[in-house]
Design a protein around this ligand. Structure first.
Ligand SMILES: Nc1ncnc2c1ncn2[C@@H]1O[C@H](COP(=O)(O)OP(=O)(O)O)[C@@H](O)[C@H]1O
Ligand SMILES: [Mg+2]
Length: 379
């Protein structure tokens, strides 16, 4: 079988790239098409570094060549991105804006109670098991739950001297360094935080703490998409966000708002993907049986719709809840189905972080200049 270059170009003319009016051949995005027998290499130059657009272009190219030219063609797509604008400050090396902390991942949800904290805790232990240095910053001012989930409810961070400065020492559990807003409030005390105040407290927990070197810092954000998020997100250089949702329509609608909040111009944090929690119920003794009690594939459809990756699905399992209450995240259960579930999701999160860092400049923190936290300027 010898592929015809012209036929391939004609097929590629049926694809348009998001944000560019013309088809990918006309717009000049297709730089080169080389064929050898049944193999074809397409070189593509895109003007946007958006991950989802890159992915979509690759999928579309492979599909159209298989459908219109030869279904068994071996297609390779090389995508180059026109150099993104240099960050204003050349010293801001990717992922190194906070000394020692390589990647900050925000875990968010539109709705409360969808399992955001459960996922954060399990991602953290799963990353630690893979050998990464991990910290968790529990920023959920409405319901901090990391102290319980890591069984360190009665611990308090101690103060240590680092280079003559006094710093807060995170609490360590299962190989994860933890600081929580819960360590500083009493469980029965209702604290009403305003956005800038919460952002300030969190800034202290990041900059005035002795985290040491971290590959990943996970932030368990409060649920929702309010002002408080704006303040938090703008004051920290977040590498990427992970949005957790259940398959229910109400949760999905809120997750959608969450994703658009991150993508909005004033926040502009790349969304690494969506995790579907409570995707289906499964009784532990009958793992083959899956009951889609909150609906099926809701998050998968949402991810497709928003063109962000679906990072994985976590079943609704009694032992996940028990593990959370007991203070020993389920992903720690060695050789269990759940360990595998969380491992797959964690690998996807790591992969998407790597992709993001290859394609995009670092996220810039924005300094809040007014107490209202509404008007913000770039550093
Ligand atoms: N996949 C799951 N299977 C079983 N229980 C779960 C699962 N995910 C979360 N839960 C339970 O649901 C409740 C809410 O989860 P949590 O992580 O606290 O949600 P959020 O942080 O979004 O408010 C907790 O009791 C938790 O143990
Ligand atoms: Mg929570």
């Amino acid at each position: 079988m010898k592929l015809d270059r012209k036929e391939i170009l004609t097929a590629l003319e049926t694809i348009s790239v998001a944000g560019e009016g013309k088809n990918m051949v006309e717009s000049g995005a297709v730089q080169n098409v080389i064929t050898f027998g049944d193999e074809v290499v397409v070189d593509l130059l895109l003007s946007t570094p958006a991950l989802h657009i890159k992915k979509r272009a690759e999928v579309d190219i492979i599909k159209v060549i298989h459908e219109k030219v030869y279904e068994k063609a071996k297609v390779k797509v090389n995508i180059k991105v026109e150099a993104p604008e240099k960050p204003e400050n050349p010293n801001l090396i990717r992922g190194k804006q906070i000394p020692g902390i390589s990647n900050i991942i925000a875990v968010a949800s539109g709705k409360g109670g969808v399992g955001k904290s459960t996922i954060t805790a399990n991602l953290a232990v799963s990353l630690a098991k893979m050998g990464f240095k991990v910290g968790v910053l529990d920023a959920d001012i409405y319901g901090p739950s990391m102290p319980i989930m890591f069984d360190v409810e009665n611990s308090k961070p101690i103060s240590v001297e680092v280079n003559g400065k006094s710093k807060m020492q995170p609490v360590s559990s299962y190989g994860v360094e933890i600081l929580s807003i819960g360590f500083f409030t009493k469980p029965d005390q209702a604290v009403i935080w305003r956005g800038p105040m919460a952002a300030k407290a969190l800034n202290q927990m990041i900059f005035d703490a002795n985290w040491g070197e971290l590959d990943f810092m996970l932030i368990d954000l409060p649920p929702g998409t309010g002002d408080i998020h704006l303040s938090i997100m703008q004051s920290l250089p977040i590498t990427g966000a992970v949005v957790v949702s259940t398959p229910q329509a109400v949760a999905l609608a809120d997750a959608k708002k969450g994703v658009s909040m991150f993508m909005s111009e004033s926040i502009n944090v790349p969304v690494l993907g969506i995790i579907e929690n409570m995707a289906y119920f499964t009784p532990e003794e009958l793992p083959e049986n899956k009951y889609y009690i909150f609906g099926k594939e809701g998050a998968k459809n949402l991810a497709e719709d928003l063109q962000v990756p679906l990072l994985g699905e976590v079943p609704l399992v009694q032992s996940i809840r028990e593990a959370g209450d007991y203070g020993r995240p389920a992903a720690l259960q060695t050789a269990s189905v759940l360990e595998g579930v969380f491992e797959t999701i964690t690998r996807n999160v790591v992969q998407e972080t790597v992709n993001r860092n290859e394609m995009l400049p670092p996220t810039e923190a924005i300094k809040i200049t007014t107490m209202a936290g509404c008007s913000a300027v770039k550093k």
